[in-house]
Design a protein around this ligand. Structure first.
Ligand code: AMP
Length: 543
């Protein structure tokens, strides 16, 4: 017997219609690309999104067309999200930190019809304009006054499109499984692959993201996504915040510690989201300037493992809860969030931090298991580690225009490429990417664990560990560190410090001091680049 419930499609347009209706005066603030702070509200955003949707229809954009954006977190980018997906086209976010040939590949693979681009990013399009034949026009996201001179043909002005069109539009109704947005994975090896989200998956992910033990979104919150809207849709915040009517604060192109701090203070932000490198900049700014942000209660941090020293600094020095989260582009991206269970609230600090550095428990909707090389399921005892497999209503079932996904098994589980343990309470702890784990004498050493611990040493600001060849052990760890200000790290000191934190046989065989670590387009340390740079390093223990 089927339930007698309406089969109302879950559509992205309903988020902005709802916010207009019940939270219309809640503000959306942007540090604009042009410079000044722009202020308006959900009602205005909805009206302008409808104008833009009418403009897109006039340009001939139809259901299923892929419309690219190359833009920072701003109110105009937010309008694109709703206008494009709202009419059944696909919002395809491009990452401006990609190399020109990667951008060209992605634009051509997606066969984008139009590109919406921030004025300061137009030079990137100029570089590739002659190689992207599917493009019918480039919309510069500014007003007529601020459009830069450019040789690109078919240049359109965003504010002209808004002005020339009315907001008279009923959002169309279509199947909730229609594709809504497209996001290519960072693709550290091979070509980037497209994760294609649907209206249904986006809405269910938004519901889940708003839960108290996930992002805890509500109309009371003031949310600043530092994580870019081109990095898995800013982790879904533009949808979840809209669902709840939270005040949104967009940082535009300025992501340095001082600029973020100013916005946090001026707008009384309560919750912010970003990768560890961003928070490192902010923590340094606060410490150097002896300041803080009294309204900020929570940050969510993920994309790469968060070192314990950072969680502690947020909590102890500034009274801010850092929620460590894990996810992937293929997962829209939320997978797990680390929040302390009631049974641990009164535990000692060391126990709580031990839990908080784990990547957390699965968000309802995400199923997880770990498997060995033969795909045998492993126990959830916090000790056995294997590849993490996931399944759920916002996890990709395949890649865009790829016939057979090798990442999915016949039961539909998706192989994440991450190695982890799962403890009896459901907390996962990522030990590595399958390709980064260091294989020493047949045993595995977790590069993530070593890096995290090394970053707790006062002489170290940033650390990465790679495996390099060893004649006896196959691979041994090489530590690469960026020193803390005015410090000269010494391997013996660091190994002394590490020796009661990790197994003795894990201690790095050698160390390289570097000025900086190579950071990829989504803020992660590029292990591939480090292997290119230092992979042939001869270890003293190998001579
Ligand atoms: P992306 O699709 O670019 O967001 O990258 C997803 C990958 O980032 C995951 O498969 C993990 O390897 C890594 N990752 C994301 N969050 C974390 C985290 N909290 N700790 C460790 N690795 C993470």
């Amino acid at each position: 017997m089927r339930g007698l419930i309406m089969n109302q499609p879950l559509l992205i347009s309903s988020l902005i219609s709802h916010a207009d209706w019940v939270s219309g005066d809640r503000e959306i603030i942007t540090r604009s690309v042009e410079g000044p702070i722009h202020r308006y509200n959900y009602r205005d955003a909805h009206a302008r999104s409808r104008r833009l949707a009418n403009a897109l229809k006039k340009l001939g954009v139809k259901l299923g067309d892929r419309i690219a954006t190359l833009a920072w977190n701003t109110y105009r980018h937010f309008e694109c999200y709703y206008a494009i997906s709202g009419i059944g086209a696909i919002t395809h976010t491009l990452n401006p930190r990609l190399a020109p040939d990667q951008l060209t590949y992605i634009i051509n693979h997606a066969e984008n019809a139009y590109i919406f681009v921030d004025a300061d990013l137009l030079p990137l399009i100029e570089l590739v304009a002659h190689q992207i034949p599917s493009i019918k026009g480039i919309v510069v996201m500014t007003d007529r006054l601020n459009i830069p001179d450019s040789k690109v043909v078919n240049l359109l002005c965003y504010e002209d499109l808004i002005e020339d069109n009315s907001d008279d539009l009923e959002w169309p109704i279509f199947d909730e499984n229609t594709a809504s947005s497209l996001c290519y994975t960072s693709g550290t090896t091979g070509n980037p692959k497209g994760a294609l989200f649907s209206h249904r998956s986006t809405i269910i992910h938004a519901y889940a993201s708003a839960l108290p033990d996930v992002l805890q979104l509500s109309e009371k919150e003031v949310v600043l996504p530092v994580v870019p809207m081109f990095h898995v849709n800013a982790w879904g915040i533009p949808y979840g915040a809209t669902m709840t009517g939270a005040k949104l604060v967009f940082p535009g192109p300025k992501l340095d510690g001082a600029s973020i701090h100013q916005l946090l203070v001026d707008e009384s932000v309560t919750f912010a989201a970003g990768v560890p490198t961003v928070w490192l900049g902010l923590l340094n700014y606060w410490k150097d300037n002896n300041t803080n942000v009294p309204t900020l209660k929570r940050t969510i941090c993920g994309g790469t493992a968060v070192p314990q020293s950072m969680i502690e600094s947020f909590q102890e020095d500034f009274g801010i809860e850092l929620r460590h989260a894990w996810g992937m582009t293929e997962m829209s991206p939320l997978g797990t969030v680390s929040v302390i269970k009631p049974s641990h609230i009164n535990s000692d600090k060391a126990t709580r931090y031990r839990i908080q550095i784990k990547q957390g428990r699965p968000v309802f909707g995400v199923e997880m298991k770990i498997v060995d090389d033969q795909y045998n399921e492993l126990p959830h005892d916090g000790k056995a580690y294997g590849e993490l497999m996931v399944r759920g209503p916002w996890i990709t079932s395949g890649y865009y225009k790829v016939e057979n996904s090798e990442a999915h098994d016949h039961d539909g589980w998706f192989a994440t490429g991450d190695v982890c343990t799962i403890d009896p309470e459901g907390y996962i702890e990522i030990t590595d990417r399958t390709k980064d784990v260091i294989k020493s004498g047949g045993e595995w050493i977790s590069s993530i664990d070593l890096e995290n611990q090394a970053m707790g040493h006062p002489d170290v600001m940033h650390a990465a560990v790679i495996g390099v060849h060893h004649p006896k052990w196959d691979e041994r760890p090489l530590l690469i560190v960026v020193p803390a200000k005015d410090k000269v790290p010494i391997l013996e000191d660091i190994n002394d410090y590490l020796s009661n934190k990790v197994a003795k046989w894990w201690l790095p065989d050698d160390m390289i001091v570097a000025e900086s670590l190579p950071i990829g387009a989504t803020g992660k340390v590029l292990k591939t680049k480090l292997r290119e740079m230092y992979g042939n390093h001869i270890l003293p223990t190998a001579k």
